[in-house]
Each structure stands twice: as structure tokens, then as C-alpha cells.
Design a protein around this ligand. Sequence first.
Ligand code: NAP
Length: 279
Amino acid sequence: MSSAVTILMKPVEGFGVSKVVDSDNPNFKPGDLVSGFTGWEEYSLIRKTEQLRKIQPDDHIPLSYHIGLLGMPGFTAYAGFHEVCSPKSGEYVFVSAASGAVGQLVGQLAKLHGCYVVGSAGSSQKVDLLKNKLGFDEAFNYNDETDLVAALKRCFPQGIDIYFDNVGGEMLDAALLNMRDHGRIAVCGMVSLHSYHDPQGIHNLFTLVTKRITMKGFLQSDYLHLYPRFLDYVISNYKQGKIVYVEDMNEGLENAPAAFVGLFSGKNVGKQVVRVACE
Ligand SMILES: NC(=O)c1ccc[n+]([C@@H]2O[C@H](COP(=O)([O-])OP(=O)(O)OC[C@H]3O[C@@H](n4cnc5c(N)ncnc54)[C@H](OP(=O)(O)O)[C@@H]3O)[C@@H](O)[C@H]2O)c1
């Protein structure tokens, strides 16, 4: 068998919530619930147990939240907003891909911090969600806009202090022209560029100089020492009803490939989850 075929026969991996069936590691016993990297399959053999986090079951928190709100995407929002953006109460915050797994929490963290928050998303349904469920002050559908610079000017007549960038590309270029002096741009991801082999460059980087803007890329994994603080903060606010989380639940492993591909055309509304088995 060639090595190429061997690779194809391995399951795709991703974050999941699992129940331990059996373990020769004394830290885990049958029945324990864990979250961490696992295969897209019904039963997985997990050797890298150091990356697993034990879940304390809580009737008020759905298990799936441990891969969303309380998992890697939620932590990305927390670390990116609080550690990279240096937010101050009263500042003007813009979030792209705002209804996604990361963006929806960034907006809510910014609101809890006393900021004014605008989100962009790819459909009117998502715009409605941002304004009426997730508490954003304003939102717009970028697919309806012919001029993104003008759209941001309309939403932020006074300019943007913080741009939490999930998409890169044209939206980043437009945001650069709308930033205020000493603004911060947290570069979380560039999902708009994933389908291009030869993505176009950004044109407006000189504004970094004239407006003394700080633009910083980050990986959530560099901030893992903050995870306990993140969990305390988000769980406490969730239980007080100050944070909500929207999931897009697909049933069955057979629907996982389509759900994954859908992320790159905005088919998901909220955090995409695939339920492989019920409790
Ligand atoms: N730095 C880190 O440590 C870290 C960790 C996790 C994730 N990330 C990054 O964070 C970003 C958001 O991740 P996520 O998990 O929140 O996303 P998600 O829930 O997977 O949703 C992706 C969303 O991106 C939007 N999108 C897709 N193609 C687009 C395009 N061509 N132009 C503009 N928007 C597009 C779609 O929403 P619309 O319909 O609104 O367009 C889609 O629903 C991604 O770039 C991801 O790579 C970074």
C-alpha cells in the first residue's frame, strides 16, 4: 500500500467531546467526559492524552459547548480580544465573520467591556442574529454592500478603535481606511483567502504608519495559561444570562464533510457542530 493511500485511510481529526470507554491511563476512567483532538469517527484511540481536558458535567451547560463557547473558538475570542486588542470601555469595535464560532463571542465580550460593537456577516439572517440575539449594536451584510469602505464609514462615522479580523482580504483593506489613530487590529484569521491559490495583497497598509496602528497576528495556543480564567469568566457570565451562544447542529457523521465544506461559503449559522452520538 502506498503512503498516499495510508494517509487517506486515517480519519480526519478535529475537536470533539467524547466519553471514555476504556483507558490504561490512570487519569481517565470509563464514563469520564473529555474534550480535545479526536477523529471524525464513532470510536477513537487517543494516545496524546495530555491534550485532553476533563469535563465536569453540568446540567446547565450543553456538552457541545466544550468545543465552542468553552472550547478552542471561545478561548480564541477571549485571548484575542482581551490580550491582543487592549480594549478600553467606550471604544469602537468591529468584528468580521461576526456570527461564527469566534466572532459571536468577541462581540459579546466587547459589549461586556463597555464597547460599541458592529459585526459583519454574509446574510440577512446572520445580521438579524447579531442585532437581536447576540447584542451587537449594529451589523451589516457585506454581500449587500457595493463599497465596504463606505459601509464601515456609515457604521463608524467616528472611526474604529479595534478591528478583530477573521477574514482578511477586502474587508481588512476597508477597515484599514476607517481606523482611528492608535487603533489595534487583531489578525485572528483570513478565511476569505482560503480558496485562493494566489491571494491579492492588501493596499492600505500605509495607514499603519499615519495612524500609528498596531496590527498583530496571534494563535490562541500561545495563551493557554489563561484558560482557567477564561472558563471562570465565560461560565459565570453565561449562567447569569449575559452571554449566549449559537450553534448550527448537524446530525450524523455522514454529514460532517458537507458541514465542513459549508464553512467556506458561510452555510453555517453559528458554531458548526456535528453530533456523532447522543448522550
Ligand atoms: N488565531 C487563532 O488561534 C484562531 C483560532 C481559531 C480560529 N481562527 C480563525 O478565526 C476565523 C473565524 O473562525 P470561526 O471558527 O469563528 O469561523 P466559523 O464559525 O468556521 O465560520 C466561518 C465563517 O467565515 C465566513 N466566511 C467564509 N468564507 C468567507 C469569505 N470568503 N469571506 C468572508 N467571510 C467568509 C462565513 O460567515 P459569513 O456568512 O458571515 O461570511 C462562515 O460562516 C477563521 O479565520 C479561523 O481560521 C483563528
